[in-house]
Design a protein. Sequence first.
Length: 391
Amino acid sequence: MNLKSKIIAGIYIHIPFCKQACFYCDFHFSTSLKKKDDLVKALLAELELRKDEFKGQNVETIYLGGGTPSLLSDDELRSILGAIYKGYNVTEAPEITLEANPDDLTKERLMSLADTGINRLSIGIQSFFEDDLKSMNRAHNALEAQRCLDIAQHYFNNITIDLIYGIPGMDINKWDHNLEIAFKFGVNHISSYALTVEPKTALDTFIRKGTYPPLDESLALQHFNHLMDRTTEQGFVHYEISNFGKPDYFSKHNTSYWQGKPYIGIGPSAHSFNRIQRSWNIANNTKYIQAIQKGVQPVTIEELSIQDRYNEYVMTGLRTIWGISLNTIASDFGEVYKHHVLEAAQTYFNEGLLTLLIDVDNEKNHIEKITTTPKGKFLVDGIASELFMLN
């Protein structure tokens, strides 16, 4: 193992299976498990097929997402991790995350998962209230949500949970109770997202038909502000718009995405990035399996222009506490981009949505960077788009 080689963001494995479809979800998945065995074999084959892509670089993180990766057996998970260790340079202490649903996390399953090499759990709680879970068509119930956390903390010390806010009918007291339960269990990381309506989802259909109330952005903003206040009180760092972690418990894998490190995505619909290209596999289980069986990666590749890379840097950077560095923009993209971003940001400086800071790096160089203010965080995606360089 050559630990002097460069660190890459890691490997993402997409497991495209779920017990049932959540009404709001637009990720690629199937509720039929008929092709699960063939799909796992295809994942192993793709890992072998692509093992030379980042030859000489280290894998720092492994993330099994989906879908619902906890639907795989322990043996299937071990086979995937074994293939990564066999074909790639893995660091001595990688972060290995498994996304899981509460209904899959019995005591017996958690005990066995702890022996697979997985050292971080991402649990899709979404809400601790029964009515919310039913309205989203989640597979677990409120009792399972709390029970799995009670057990999981005995086997894993690195646990993150997902919570959704902005749910119609959820007043501030109910939202606060969701947070209090999370704090009670001592979780060290929370990923929290506003309920959104994605095209062609069941939620989109229900709202258009009038069988589900329309979403209220003012309610989501109220929840978001309360989330920022309460997590700060509990010692969390709001290090990315949707992510709150205690010190030393930030997601290494997702942080690598936001910092522009390269990564490999394995599985149907999985994305990859090598700094100059972005690519993604076909979002069809059958076609993915058939292509891999022929030794072909069913992939679409997009060459990223300097403008594309600048725009991505602005979009991801502004979402984090690290912001966007004017020094980096000047050196990586050119002075014209630095002048552009300063000019475009001026309105947001004046409105108190962005701020210009001067930091000092380890070599005592002065670093100018733009970050969002607390007032600007909820609006960050719209603000970032106004800083883009367009043709």
